[in-house]
Ligand binder design. Structure first.
Ligand code: DX5
Ligand code: ZN
Length: 213
């Protein structure tokens, strides 16, 4: 079943609780973008914000770590309420150990990959992953244009997975009604959408449109 994960990066941070509660009945997951100003050029939020969001909703929290040395913070984010944690392949020289740590903490573990990183980097660790996050923009900011070659990458992960049920395939960046349909046709099972959902007057309606993909 297709899962929709609104990204709070595009929500009104002055009214975050209301924004989160406004989508809680319709979304499947809530996507939280953690940026450190080093792995990506932007700085966003830390465990305290995750804790606040945790109190505002029962939705599983999908924490996307766009930071260097994510291992140092896994436990903090898990304690703050993260149910799913993805780390970037490009930021993890010992990815297998990092994924194992996420599992030890009791969360689902995902590997995220930037547009220029081939999905084949994940071949040997695929059986240990709960999900793969294919970036369809260069990470750092909401509201960017979908990078069409991410579609081939989605299909390649689906091929690599073969007959197994895991890892699930998540896509993040530039998702709207049109790109969502394309992404689903190429294998996406979790759609992250920031500006398309929270930039709209009626975020719930946008989630329902994505669900038709
Ligand atoms: C980008 C983040 C995304 C972002 C997506 O670096 O990882 O999750 O919120 O925003 P949109 O959907 O506006 O491209
Ligand atoms: Zn993200």
């Amino acid at each position: 079943m297709l899962q929709i994960a609104p990204s709070i990066l595009s929500a009104d941070f002055g009214a975050l609780r209301e924004a989160v509660q406004g989508v809680s009945a319709d979304a499947d997951l809530l996507h939280v973008d953690v940026m450190d100003g080093r792995f990506v050029p932007n700085i966003t939020m830390g465990p305290q914000v995750v804790e606040a969001v945790r109190k505002a909703t029962d939705l599983p929290l999908d924490v996307h770590m766009m930071i260097v040395e994510p291992d140092r913070y896994l436990s903090d984010f898990r304690q703050a309420g993260a149910d799913m944690i993805s780390v970037h392949v490009e930021a993890c020289p010992h990815l297998e150990r990092t994924i194992d740590q996420i599992h030890q903490l009791g969360a689902l573990a995902g590997a995220a990959i930037n547009p220029a990183t081939p999905v084949e980097m994940l071949v040997d660790i695929l059986p240990e992953l709960d999900y793969v996050l294919i970036m369809s923009v260069n990470p750092g900011f909401g509201g960017q244009k979908f990078w069409p070659r991410a579609l081939e990458k989605l299909a390649r992960v689906r091929d690599l997975r073969g007959a197994r049920e895991r890892p699930l395939i998540e896509v993040d960046g530039g998702i709207n009604a049109e790109t969502a349909s394309q992404a689903v046709a190429h294998g996406a099972e979790i759609l992250v959408a920031g500006s398309y959902v929270f930039g709209a007057e009626d975020p719930k309606a946008r989630i329902q449109i994505l669900r038709q993909s």
